[in-house]
Design a protein around this ligand. Sequence first.
Ligand code: NAD
Ligand code: UDP
Length: 313
Amino acid sequence: MKRILVTGGAGFVGSHLCERLLNEGNEVICLDNFFTGQKRNVIHLLGNPYFELVRHDVINPFVVEVDEIYNLACPASPIHYQYNGIKTVKTSVMGAINMLGLAKRIRAKVLQASTSEVYGDPNVHPQTESYWGHVNPIGIRSCYDEGKRVAETLFMNYHNQNGVRIKIIRIFNTYGPHMHPNDGRVVSNFIVQALKGENITVYGKGDQTRSFQYVDDLINGMTRMMATGDDFTGPVNIGNPGEFTILELAQKVITLIGSKSKIVYEPLPSDDPLQRQPDITLAKSKLNWEPKIPLEQGLVRTIEYFDQLLKES
Ligand code: NAD
Ligand code: UDP
């Protein structure tokens, strides 16, 4: 049995990860400041004697004896990470320093949940890990993008200077149950709007693309990455190469729900990437991993979740 720390463990992805790690027979310490996460996401785990929930902010040091650390703490939705950009940078940068310092002291392996946003609005398509990105350092997304880029830098430096065993994954747009209904990201927005019969808000013309990954596929990739040998640090892309326009996504959601919602067009936020698609050649060869769940199947499961949630509220 390993003891594992998951920062941001009460969030969307973190709660799935905690559940998986417990199911695999590990002891899990879930640390969260509940900025975008909620106890509701992990309430079903609270009765498990091998699960511990700790309220803590990663910008402050945290001391614990663990074998592995998954560092997920950071708001991921543009509206939430832009709410307090300074705090978002602190969370990424000081959170990384604190978790790397802890990993160094206790000789734990540490995985960073990085993002496709390190590629910015990419002019290489699909994005390979060797692409350095096209990021505006002073735009509305930069607190998140640059924070995550510095976190990657810190991970590499702690590895090279101090021999810390690190893993970096670059996660592409992921969706599924446990997203907050007011999360603000596109999949949860469209599903909640369609279920309520409200207008579906497409930003811009809806011709920008994203590649959507179901959360179970991400958790498989994440845990496989953690299990690789110490010589493989990444970064490695974890995403589903199936690429769709935002308008296609809106139409799929309307059709699957059989909703009467109408599509309305709202202004495109600045620096919104035009296209995004992972090249997953490296993940296939190093992790023997590829996503298994196509968009429609994942959407159906996510719609079921939100349908139930809205009926309960
Ligand atoms: P989320 O907002 O649902 O979860 C983030 C969690 O971190 C929340 O529980 C939040 O309360 C917690 N948190 C935020 N700031 C904190 C702080 N200072 N101290 C302690 N806890 C804090 O987002 P998510 O989609 O679950 O994302 C998880 C991680 O994966 C994030 O690091 C995100 O950047 C990364 N990621 C996610 C996606 C995606 O599409 N879901 C894509 C790329 C990267
Ligand atoms: N988007 C949209 N309507 C919404 C929410 C988002 O059209 O209600 C668009 C957004 O402009 C972006 C894409 O959907 O082009 C994905 O947005 P999200 O916030 O989910 O993630 P990110 O932009 O970080 O990939």
